[in-house]
Ligand binder design. Structure first.
Ligand SMILES: [Ca+2]
Ligand SMILES: [Ca+2]
Ligand SMILES: [Ca+2]
Length: 137
């Protein structure tokens, strides 16, 4: 079973002009469960959403409050937080963050950019092409 370093995905997210703010990525690893050395676009989307969510959820209780969100995104309009709070209860859960990103295609451009050979999966060679393109290696 192959493990793809989460850090590389964080680096790529930072390099993309689509993502304006860049949380310093922790060195998590993700497991490529079927061992073919690639991640589907949906898996990558979930990783990006989760990384950003974990960065915003400073007290690690699985919910991002308006205050937590504001300290992570001081320059952004609170309307962006409210748009993520799909059930309007004042906090954003991971599920809400994922649904919002999916619905709005937040990471579509990043992921399309990552998928260098355009086969719907992010493989090691896609990673390498991306790193070269943005001179990250
Ligand atoms: Ca929290
Ligand atoms: Ca909510
Ligand atoms: Ca690919």
């Amino acid at each position: 079973m192959k493990v793809i370093p989460y850090l590389r995905i964080g680096l790529m997210a930072c390099a993309s002009s689509v993502l304006l703010s860049c949380a310093s990525p922790s060195l998590y690893s993700v497991t490529d469960t079927d061992g073919d050395g690639r991640l589907s676009r949906i898996e990558v989307e979930i990783l990006l959403v989760d990384t950003i969510f974990k960065n915003e959820d400073t007290n690690r209780n699985g919910q991002v409050t308006a205050d937590e969100w504001k300290s992570a995104n001081p320059d952004d309009d609170v309307a962006l937080f409210n748009a993520r709070d799909l059930n309007g209860d004042g906090v954003v859960t991971l599920e809400e963050a994922r649904s919002h990103a999916r619905k709005n295609g937040t990471f579509d451009k990043v992921i399309a950019d990552l998928d260098d050979d355009n086969d719907g999966y992010i493989s090691d060679s896609d990673f390498d092409a991306f790193m070269k393109k943005y001179k990250l290696n």
